[in-house]
Design a protein around this ligand. Structure first.
Ligand code: SF4
Length: 303
C-alpha cells in the first residue's frame, strides 16, 4: 500500500518536473548518469517506467563512470542494468589516481574529482549522441545548494532543474527536482536497489554541506513543510524586492499615479508587530517597516 502511494507520488512529481521545464521531448536520447546511489537508481527506475507509458518516444541510455576507486564493485551495475534490459555503458576512467596524485594529502579532492567526472560524462554524451544528460539531484540538494551559496558564496543562486552545460554543448536535466530525499530513501529500500557505497574514494564529505543538511533536517522536524516552502520560494522570485540592480531597474522607478490596494506600503501606521522594539501596548507606533503578509500556502503535498 505504502509502496503504491509512494510510487504514484514519485511518478507524478517526475512527470510534473519534466513538463514544467520541458526536459524531455520527442526523439530525445537521454543519457542517465547512474552512480550506484539511491538517487540515480530511482531516477533510472522512474524514467524506464515513464518511457513505457509516455505518449512520446524517447531513448534512454544509462552510463556509469567507473572512477577506479578502491573497492568499487565492478560487477554490480552491469548486472543490474542488464537485468533491466536497457542500453548502458560502463565508462572506465581512472580519475581516482589522477586526483590522488595532484591533490595534496589532507586537502579536499572533490572539486578536481567532479571536474574530471564532468569532462568524462560530457565526452561520453557526445559519443553516444545524447541530446539530454539526466542527473539524480533532488529537491533537498537544490535547497541545500541555495543555502550554501547564500551562506558561503554571498549569492542568491540555486541548482537549476535544467541548464546548458559549461562546455556549451549539452542540456543537463534534473527530473527529480520535485522529489524529497526522504522519499528517495524509502523508494530505494522498497525496490531493494543494489546500492554502492559513496565513500570509496576516502574523501571527507563536504563538511559545510553536511551541516546544512543537518540544519534543514532539524528545521523540517520542528516545522514540517519548511523545506517545501524554501523550495517553492525559488520559483516565486520578486526581483523588485531584492537588491540586484541588473534584475530590476530601481533607477527608473517613478510614481505611477495610480493607487493599488494590493501594492506595497513603505510605512504602516497600524502595524501591531513591533520590529523596532517599542512597547507592544500603550505606545502609538507612528511609522515603521510594514510586515508583508505571508503568501498563500500551496496545496498539500506540493510540489
Ligand atoms: S566524495 Fe569522492 S568521489 Fe565524490 S566528488 Fe569527492 S572525491 Fe570525488
Amino acid at each position: 500500500m505504502e509502496s503504491r502511494k509512494l510510487g504514484k507520488r514519485l511518478h507524478r512529481q517526475l512527470g510534473r518536473a519534466i513538463a514544467d521545464f520541458s526536459m524531455i521531448e520527442a526523439g530525445d536520447r537521454v543519457m542517465v548518469c547512474v552512480s550506484g546511489g539511491k538517487d540515480s537508481y530511482t531516477l533510472l527506475d522512474l524514467l524506464i517506467d515513464l518511457q513505457a507509458r509516455a505518449p512520446i518516444r524517447f531513448e534512454l541510455v544509462a552510463v556509469n563512470l567507473d572512477q577506479k576507486q578502491p573497492g568499487f564493485p565492478e560487477d554490480v551495475l552491469p548486472a543490474y542494468l542488464a537485468g533491466r534490459g536497457i542500453d548502458f555503458r560502463i565508462v572506465e576512467q581512472d580519475t581516482y589516481s589522477v586526483v590522488k596524485r595532484l591533490v595534496p594529502e589532507g586537502s579536499t579532492m572533490c572539486s578536481l574529482c567532479s571536474r574530471l567526472r564532468r569532462g568524462a560524462l560530457y565526452r561520453v554524451a557526445s559519443e553516444l549522441g545524447a541530446t539530454k544528460i539526466a542527473l539524480g539531484h533532488h529537491r533537498d540538494d537544490m535547497v541545500q545548494t541555495l543555502l550554501m551559496n547564500m551562506f558561503f558564496g554571498g549569492r542568491l543562486k540555486g541548482m537549476p532543474p535544467k541548464l546548458v552545460s559549461d562546455d556549451g554543448r549539452h542540456v543537463v536535466i534534473r527530473p527529480l527536482a520535485y522529489v524529497a530525499e526522504s522519499d528517495l530513501e524509502r523508494w530505494a529500500a522498497l525496490r531493494d536497489f543494489p546500492i554502492i557505497p559513496c565513500n570509496l574514494c576516502g574523501s571527507q564529505l563536504n563538511l559545510q554541506r553536511v551541516r546544512i543538511r543537518a540544519m534543514l533536517r532539524d528545521w523540517e522536524r520542528e516545522h514540517p513543510g519548511r523545506i517545501d516552502r524554501i523550495f517553492d520560494a525559488m520559483a516565486r522570485v520578486v526581483p523588485s524586492h531584492l537588491m540586484d540592480r541588473n534584475l530590476f531597474a530601481f533607477d527608473a522607478l517613478q510614481p505611477t499615479g495610480q493607487a493599488d490596494a494590493g501594492g506595497d506600503r513603505a510605512f504602516d501606521e497600524d502595524d501591531a508587530a513591533d520590529p523596532c522594539g517599542s512597547p507592544a501596548t500603550g505606545t502609538r507606533v507612528v511609522a515603521g517597516p510594514r510586515r508583508r503578509a505571508a503568501p498563500p500556502l500551496p496545496e498539500e503535498g506540493s510540489p
